[in-house]
Design a protein around this ligand. Structure first.
Ligand code: ADP
Ligand code: MG
Length: 359
């Protein structure tokens, strides 16, 4: 009995292990960590030098001996040791938060952890993430696939016998899922998402203007000007054009150069990748059993992840699929909020398919 009460005091943790961003939520406190999924390592010794935003600042700026890596870049764990170290770092950071485990109090029980992972992660990698959580101090560790966590975070009725479609567009992967009765009926993980759009902008600037820019600059341009539909403005059906100055290196002279570009040009640059994403949504719809498809047509497609913020993407999907589209509230935090929701409602844990359990 006492141990049950004590367990209630435990600060359970939800983690969104994204390809670009890692978010950590503590039950009862909300989101406490929001950091890029980047680790800076010493090249030879593999010693970890920094993690998160500090490491991200090093991307593209490291001296020869240091390497900044994104261990989940493509939605698979390319470097397990680094991923484990990163998870441990974030879990420890929460452990050390003020008010936890004061010396005069008995030790607060170890946390229960729910981690949202890209659905393309293999069984071996899942096991590895789970082990990493356990060895970092979790009492129990559960893994939940990101589209499922996104659906829960968006408060969709996943346990009902109705079809719900969720598209989570992150940095490395676009995850498309049709959920019914707590399970994923259709699940596609496309290795094309935000990073690919950044690369499209790098390529466009190089071929169209002979201007060399880095991925970080490309991402900034995407966020400032990127769109998927010409009528992306707030006013209905009003075409809007934005413009900005881009600075980079002139490929011909090797010297700095500035160029003015418009949202029309960026939309053109992004268009083939956007088309591929929509094609994947259409493929998933085609595979969806007819009863569930009817539900989706009625209720719409839900977008989550940072990619959901691309201007006019919702409009474009509506035009191409003829199905209503909704962007989740605060799409960058939908997955971690879904993990939190699972911690709050342990019934969900038994209903949704999760891997993991007791230590
Ligand atoms: P992941 O789950 O893979 O870590 P996120 O859901 O955190 O990814 O989304 C990160 C991606 O979203 C990045 O590619 C980022 O550039 C993109 N992104 C973030 N904000 C915006 C925005 N306002 N417009 C377009 N893309 C955005
Ligand atoms: Mg994500």
């Amino acid at each position: 009995m006492f141990s049950r009460i004590w367990e209630c005091l435990s600060y359970d943790i939800g983690i969104d292990l994204g390809t670009v961003n890692t978010l950590v939520l503590v039950k009862g406190k909300g989101i406490v960590i929001r950091e890029p999924t980047v680790v800076a390592l010493h090249k030879k010794t593999r010693q970890i030098l920094s993690i998160g935003s500090e490491a991200k600042r090093m991307l593209g700026r490291t001296p020869a001996a240091i390497e900044a890596v994104r261990p989940l870049r493509d939605g698979v764990i390319s470097d397990f040791d680094t991923t484990e170290a990163m998870l441990r770092f974030f879990i420890d950071k929460v452990h050390q938060m003020p008010g936890k485990g004061k010396w005069f109090l008995p030790k607060i029980p170890r946390p229960r952890i729910v981690v949202g992972i890209p659905s393309g992660v293999t069984e071996v990698e899942r096991r590895a993430v789970q082990d990493a959580c356990l060895s970092a101090g979790a009492r129990e560790a559960y893994l939940i696939e990101e589209p499922m966590a996104a659906a829960i975070g968006a408060k969709l009725p996943i346990e009902e016998p109705d079809g719900t479609m969720v598209v989570d567009i992150g940095g490395g992967t676009t995850e498309i899922a049709v959920i019914s009765l707590g399970g994923m009926v259709i699940n596609r993980s496309l290795r094309i998402a935000g990073d690919e759009l950044d690369q499209d902008i790098v390529n466009y600037m190089r071929t169209r203007y002979g201007l060399l820019i880095g991925e970080k600059t490309a991402e900034e341009i995407k966020i400032e000007l990127g769109s998927a539909h010409p009528d992306f403005g707030k006013e209905k059906d009003k075409k809007e054009v934005l413009a900005t100055i881009v600075r980079g290196r002139d490929l011909a002279t090797g010297l700095p150069k500035s160029i003015k570009i418009t949202s029309d040009e960026i939309r053109e640059a992004l268009s083939p990748t956007i088309y591929e994403m929509i094609q994947a949504i259409q493929d998933a719809l085609q595979e969806t059993p007819p009863e569930l498809l009817t539900d989706i047509v009625e209720r719409g497609i839900y977008l989550a992840g940072g990619g959901a913020l691309i201007r006019g993407l919702d409009k474009r999907i509506v035009e191409d699929t003829k199905i209503p589209v909704w962007v989740a509230n605060d799409p960058l935090t939908t997955v971690v909020r879904g993990c939190g929701e699972v911690l709050d409602n342990l019934n969900l844990l038994s209903k949704v398919k999760v891997t993991g359990g007791l230590r």
